[in-house]
Design a protein around this ligand. Structure first.
Ligand code: HEM
Length: 257
């Protein structure tokens, strides 16, 4: 992935026409498979100044695939009258210094932090132990297991990195599933019991939180099932997954008035 920045300086009498041209150019741009996303912004301090940010799958895809492809002609026809107004046009790569701010709470915070995940896994594994379908898989479970899985879930949902630093991280978790031959009915029951436990301990039940929570459980349990099959040879090291809100962050009603 590469980011292209184009800086324009467009005189006041051409601004409306410039923005309209870009709105039209955005149609072929959005249709190009090399384009990840784009945004045209206008300076609030100097409204003549615009920055267009386009993320491309790669610089080669931009310069070769897009410029040589079927969408470029239509795109360029719209914006070519403004080529003289370009002050900068460069590709940039990430330095790795990046992140998100705290404007949206993490799923971990929204759920209620470490205590909420501890309550969840305590209740969950009490159910698991009693369950005729999944119980036998956990017959020799370490007494610390519920607390460990609470730390895992907390970390995945944006909490402290304690499973990674104190309990062996991703590779330990993967190894614990190897050879367990988890069946699809057992996977489903595991998810069902965890959702029952979530209700019982009062995890937030707003649609956005539950959609994200279930999304992770579906993803994670399907991987656990695949990794547990007798012939599975999953990678034993991989980055810790981090789960966010996806397309539906918590809804905040606009202030009245
Ligand atoms: C999102 C899905 C899942 C997550 C996040 C998860 C997480 C974990 C973690 C972190 C461990 C290691 C705990 C430790 O460090 O002590 C573990 C072990 C284990 N998991 Fe999972 N797991 C998932 C799905 C499943 C499913 C679907 C099953 C079976 C139905 C399962 C069965 C087991 C078993 C049997 C162990 C070993 C228990 C023991 O210590 O004897 N897991 N899991």
């Amino acid at each position: 992935m590469i980011v292209e920045y184009l800086r324009y300086r467009v005189p006041g009498d051409r601004r409306a026409e410039f923005e309209a041209a870009y709105a039209r150019a955005a149609v072929p741009l959005a249709a190009a498979p090399q384009c990840v996303d784009y945004e045209l912004t206008r300076s609030t301090d100097e409204p003549e100044c615009y920055v267009l940010r386009i993320r491309w799958t790669s610089a080669e895809d931009h310069l070769g695939g897009f410029r040589g492809g079927p969408h470029f002609k239509e795109f360029f026809a719209e914006i070519s009258p403004y080529v003289q107004a370009i002050e900068e046009m460069r590709h940039y790569e990430s330095t790795g210094v990046q992140g998100t701010g705290a404007s949206v709470p993490t799923l971990y915070e929204w759920a209620g932090g470490a205590a909420a995940f501890d309550r969840l896994t305590d209740v969950f594994y009490a159910k698991v132990r009693e369950d005729e379908l999944v119980g036998p898989l956990f017959a020799h479970m370490d007494p610390g297991h519920p607390a460990h899985v609470a730390l895992w879930l907390a970390e995945v949902f944006g909490g402290p990195e304690r499973y990674s630093t104190e309990h062996g991280g991703y590779s330990h978790m993967v190894r614990r599933h190897l050879g367990r031959s988890i069946s699809e009915p057992q996977r489903r029951r595991w998810v069902g019991l965890l959702l029952d436990a979530a209700d019982e301990v009062g995890l937030p039940d707003d649609p956005e939180f539950r959609a994200a929570f279930v999304g992770y459980l579906e993803w994670g349990t399907r991987i656990a099932l695949a990794n547990s099959q007798p012939d599975a040879t999953p990678p034993l090291t991989a980055p810790m997954p981090h789960w966010g809100w996806g397309v539906a962050p918590p809804y905040v009603a606009p202030a009245e008035g």
